[in-house]
Design a protein around this ligand. Sequence first.
Ligand SMILES: [Cu+2]
Length: 300
Amino acid sequence: MGLQLPKRARASRARVSTMLMVPAGLVALGACSAEDQEQITRLAMPEPVTDRAPFVYELWQWGWLAAAIVGVAVWGLMFYAAFKFRRRSDDEIPVQTRYNLPIEVLYTIVPVIIVVVFFFFTVRAQDGVLAEAAENGETDHTIKVVGQKWSWSFNYVEEDAVGGETVYTAGTPAEIPTLMLPVDETVTVQLHSPDVIHSFWIPSFLMKMDVVPGRDNSFSFTPTEEGEYLGKCAELCGTYHSRMLFNVEIVSADEYDDHLRDLRDQGNVGEVLGGDDVNQQAGLEDGVHDDETSELGDQE
Ligand SMILES: [Cu+2]
């Protein structure tokens, strides 16, 4: 009674495709811009521009290192086992091993340890990102951000530069608004939604936070790098979600104050918390009454 053993597969085709993939990959890498290449050295992270971003950036770097070590160990053992215990002739069956208790204990405990270690460092990074900017919880500036279908408004709350008044910028899906931030001063953003869940995301902050109706999330930070950045909604919130873009400018304190005075001179005084559109949706005219909409400043 002969054993039916599968014939060895031919490796030549796989070898040829590997030989083609390596130069193709190198060509693709060579076509990247200088900015892309810089981003590759940061393992695909944008440049961090707040005092909080390094917590996430370091977690990201150490996470890659841990993944690389685990990857090398796993691949190493796989290739070692595949080579050492390979079938050496067509009529031989390699040693069949099962129920090896020490190995089963090992590959249960090691992943648990990995998850616990990742969890510990993730919580530590999260605590750093979400910590108050000052012990009393007060920051130099408070900005009420409104995410609304389908744009953003920014209320600069009770600013000294405009005599303690609140001024705002209101975007529309056609006109992308700009969020101004003063460099090296502490800022708290309070996130407000009158309709559905949005997500406030500035990639260069290396974090995002959901904007949830009925619950005002907030976080504090200090911008550290002057420059122009991009922001967007990171929560699929409806038909024109893709238009929920905004610009971010981190500027000197003087330029920031000038911007606030410009807004006041344009008449953008008061607080815009959005919500008007909610009541204009066809079929919802009588059904939706957000109490906050009645206290709004005029948007025009
Ligand atoms: Cu959105």
